[in-house]
Design a protein around this ligand. Sequence first.
Ligand SMILES: *Cc1c(COP(=O)(O)O)cnc(C)c1O
Length: 385
Amino acid sequence: MIRCTAARVDLDALASNFRVIQAHLASEALLNRAAGAGVSRAPGIIAVVKANAYGHGARPVARVLEDAGAVMLAVADIEEGVDLREAGIRAPILVFGALSVSDVSGVFDYRLTPTISSPAAGRALQAAAAERGVTLGYHLKIDTGLNRLGFRHDNLSRTLPELLASAHLRLEAVHTHFGTADDPESPLFEEQRRRFEAACLVVNDLGGGPRLRHAASSAALVRDSRVWYDFVRPGLLLYGLVPPPLHTMLALRPVMSLSSRVVAVKGVRVGEPVGYGARFTAERPTSLAIVPAGYADGLDRRLEGRGVVLVRGRRAPIVGAVSMDVLTVDVTEIAEVNPGDDVVFLGAQGEESWQRIDAREMASWTGTIPYEILCRLGARVQRLY
Ligand SMILES: *Cc1c(COP(=O)(O)O)cnc(C)c1O
């Protein structure tokens, strides 16, 4: 059985986005080589599938990206990594999150690659690796200005020697994360780039050796090939969206669409209120389509009066409160709306640009970002692949 409100996850679009990004990396690298600047070898792709692959479903998404040729998959925590291994994923899996207070046995039992972002995490993993008599490869995270996780870039000579001396740990790569890659005006991006490159030299001097480097999430990938280094780490781009306000010429396709169906059409007279709180009052004889989707499905209450859906190829405003399981759409201006008609929240209903809604546009209505729109999609919304 399939509920009216369901998400369709287009795995062909996902594979196509991967190939488009891969081709872009290769052609830019070729151009750079000719010009003698920037990266001259196409970086590998670490495909980010954390948070249930941004709401798309981690297991099927990871399978497609593994087959497409991702050099590594990345998740937020050990639990997400274990889930992928249990699904049969064999590609290397990088765990981004801090592990200082986690049970780290999953790292060993499921062959995950940890990020070490603090001396405490380094000690915990060294002890656990020693106890098992194994050597564990890890990625080192440098904090170059986001001021969240990672070893501060400016006192590595104090904090790193103990980690680098750990007999059971092997440094494989060094990485950082940008705070303002999506803001072309911010000087912090360039500052972080310089700090990262300086930090990599310090790691080298401290005996860490020249290691693989990575730094670029989607925004940085789109914006500046100088920070591609050995690997890039796109998430959002793979799902077919560019982090706002950036744009790209890449032919990406949104992977997720979300739709429902009209379950009833109701006439409302002038002056009659609609929905919880009576916040919408009909100012003309109004025709409402009742749609069985609400905030329990991840649709934001702030869509009331701001968002639209597609019905019969037209845009229709969401009016009245978005409730838990139901919302109402004003279809007065659309002829012949009937129960059973498709209602598109994300996706297309025709070829015109206004007949298409993506998570980036939906995010703009409520003042959030497309990431949140995708991740918030409710657990009860079935994903159809
Ligand atoms: C989530 C995440 C990414 C991917 O970010 P996008 O903006 O979705 O490309 C890359 N690196 C790190 C460390 C992350 O946490």
